[in-house]
Write a protein of this length. Sequence first.
Lengths: 235, 312
Amino acid sequence: MIVAGGPVIPNFGTGSSCEVNNGWFCTDWVRQHWGDTLQPALFQHIELAAIAIGIGFVIAFALALVGFRFRLVDPPIGIVSDFLYTIPSLALFQILVPFTGISLLTVEIALVSYTLLILYRNMIEGLRAVPEEVVDAARGSGFTRAQTFRRVELPLALPAILTGLRVATVSTISIATIAPFVIAKGLGQPIYAALSQDIFKTEIFTAGGMVIALALVADGLLVLLQRSLTPWVRA
Amino acid sequence: MPGQAAELVFDEATKRYEGRDGAAVERLSLTVAAGEICVLVGPSGGGKTTALRLVNRLIELTSGDIRIDGTSVREQNLVQLRRGIGYVIQQVGLFPHMTIEANIGTVPRLYGRPRSWIHTRSQELLDLVGLDQSYATRYPAQLSGGERQRVGLARALAGNPPLMLMDEPFGAIDPIVRARLQDEFLRLQKEVRKTVVFVTHDIDEAIKIGDRIAILRTGGHLAQFDTPRAILEKPADDFVAAFVGRDRALKALALHTLAELELGPPADGPRIPRTSTVRDALALAIEKHAQVLAVTDGDAVVGSVTRDALLS
């Protein structure tokens, strides 16, 4: 039944006048639904993003090891990750669902493929940017190839690798909001719920704001990590 | 860890690159006695750096051999060989992510020396190369070019190698600091007595630094291998004479100090310490339009020298 002059909010129809009038931001709604809607969605969102970034990082690192060691395979790896990056996420879901079903796996495959390009490129560029004379000095001092990589090339590529990780993290947190096209998880969920309810503003703003806040916090934590791992950069 | 100075022998050492005409280094044979500084000098394309890098096998020999204290470099484990040879390069190549102490401790750490040992050793070496011990905790980016090269030298010395390879170590440093580093390097060499192979394209540096100089011409041929004095006074051929320069007679003056001359009785004139080279003394005489210079030792005038005596 439609109440004249106001939007229909079936789930929360008994709410305050702010809710009934679809005000810009109803604090009482947020307080009421933090426990049953927002907080679980936040935790799911962190989980979605963390899995994607973790797996993406491991795959990108393995690819970077190969691409750095064997220059010939770098261009093909680059092209494939470029290509994955350009597929619209909704199209990618369409392609994947017949194979992997309506599942977390489908979402993660999509999210992981978007992290690869950024992570791989930064790793390779970081490793390549290590000054030639530093590597020469390492080899001349009697480092094995493995020691040169572990003690010299990798640490010196760390600033670039962590910068890539920051960009990948922020973009994954943002892209993860489309997960509800496949499974009901993450902060995308309350956003879709609000859209389906004639655009319930409070819910959209709150969930959207939480996505932004999560991205900023994650980025901030990575900046702190970057500083503690690379003290020489500011020296 | 390795110890005292080693004898280094190039025996018909040759490096050719596939698909390139001529050799980079052609049948190079010379012996560097233990504790001596051998300078490889010559125009670019002369194969100096290639010859140097053949020793620690950053470049592999095509034919011939190089022996350190009788053992062929080909027979040694690559990594062990390099750890036993100090290596200094023009761009220094300090590890930017490591403190100065960690940089100096590079080779001892590869040998598995404990942290406390490395700390003591790096403090010692900072002293030796004339840097304050407080530098230990800094990063390379916080040092000047000259200071970085001092650390580069300390790093190369840290494993107490019997042989040092130095590839234009002062080439990227401004002339004033370069002269000071050369002086300090010679002082330091008196203390540590390493066998040193030193590459430069600067004949003046070669004359100043080398016990012996090997002049390489394009294609890696050895044009002359002799003491600085012999090279200046008796160049083997036109190439050497041209490379050394038309002012070689003047350069030869830099090989002698006033202390080696017979001085006249103390006299008035522009003052110059007796440790100065004849070349510097002559430059002073010309600059001051003086016929006689007062030679000093500390604050005391100990004798005199005339412009004519300097020229003879």
